[in-house]
Design a protein around this ligand. Structure first.
Ligand code: NYM
Ligand code: MG
Length: 215
């Protein structure tokens, strides 16, 4: 038998195409968890506050072509530069709610269809990062997301591309993901998120081992 692990925080990740409501839902989750006295931090990837994150932000805002592998590895490096802090917070009992993570890294790059940048390669460079306890996948038809305000402001926010991203998410998701209908009322979605997130927070507090990518 394996020894019981120490109590820790949970790693909860929101995923989905652009404008599907991840920011709203991750905010609602953080607020509700806080109101229940759960120690929680809200992060997003890309983290645009670091030097690597600023390079990513430049790439997303200008039309200049850059090498797709180099760009992919910037997004990955942006997670690895936060790895130690993530592990430290989780071990200290803080739950992390992430707006995008490695799953975005795979889905968006693989959607480009560059021959060697397939999903297997994309997963391989994430190896060593902590795996999410819960991935909340917010499913929304790309046409509907594209009709929302603000769509089109950044690179990748093109309907054709978002369709390909949605296909990559479909291929990537497994039975452990919570797939939600992101077209429902925010409060209804939130109730479903809470129903899945609370047990994960409790499991982590009981010392359930943290997984590792890529499992
Ligand atoms: N994105 C995000 C990637 O292409 N790879 C990644 O690893 C991550 C984390 O960045 N269109 C893309 C998805 C989004 C864009 O993210 C900016 P956001 O959540 O829209 O700010
Ligand atoms: Mg976006």
């Amino acid at each position: 038998a394996t020894a019981p692990c120490a109590p820790r925080g949970a790693l909860i990740v929101f995923e989905g195409i652009d404008r599907c409501g991840k920011s709203t839902q991750s905010n609602m989750l953080v607020n509700t968890l806080r109101s229940r006295r759960v120690n929680v931090e809200h992060w997003r990837f890309p983290d645009r506050s670091t030097k690597i994150g600023q390079k990513i932000d430049d790439y997303l805002h200008n039309g200049v072509q850059q090498d797709d592998t180099a760009v992919h590895l910037l997004f990955t490096a942006n997670r690895f530069e936060k790895r130690n802090e993530m592990l430290r917070l989780l071990a200290g009992g803080t739950t992390l709610v992430l707006d995008r993570y490695s799953y975005s890294g795979v889905a968006y790059t693989a959607a480009k269809g560059v021959p060697h940048l397939d999903s297997e390669y994309c997963r391989s460079v994430e190896v060593g990062l902590p795996a999410a306890d819960l991935v909340v996948f917010m499913a929304m038809p790309p046409e509907q997301a594209a009709a929302r305000g603000g769509f089109g402001a950044e690179r990748y926010e093109k309907l054709d591309f978002q369709r390909k991203v949605a296909q990559q998410y479909e291929a990537l998701k497994d039975s452990h993901w919570l797939t939600l209908d992101a077209t429902l009322q925010p409060e209804l979605i939130h109730q479903q998120v809470m129903g899945a997130a609370l047990p994960m927070v409790e499991n982590a507090a009981r010392g359930a081992p943290l997984g590792r990518l890529w499992d």
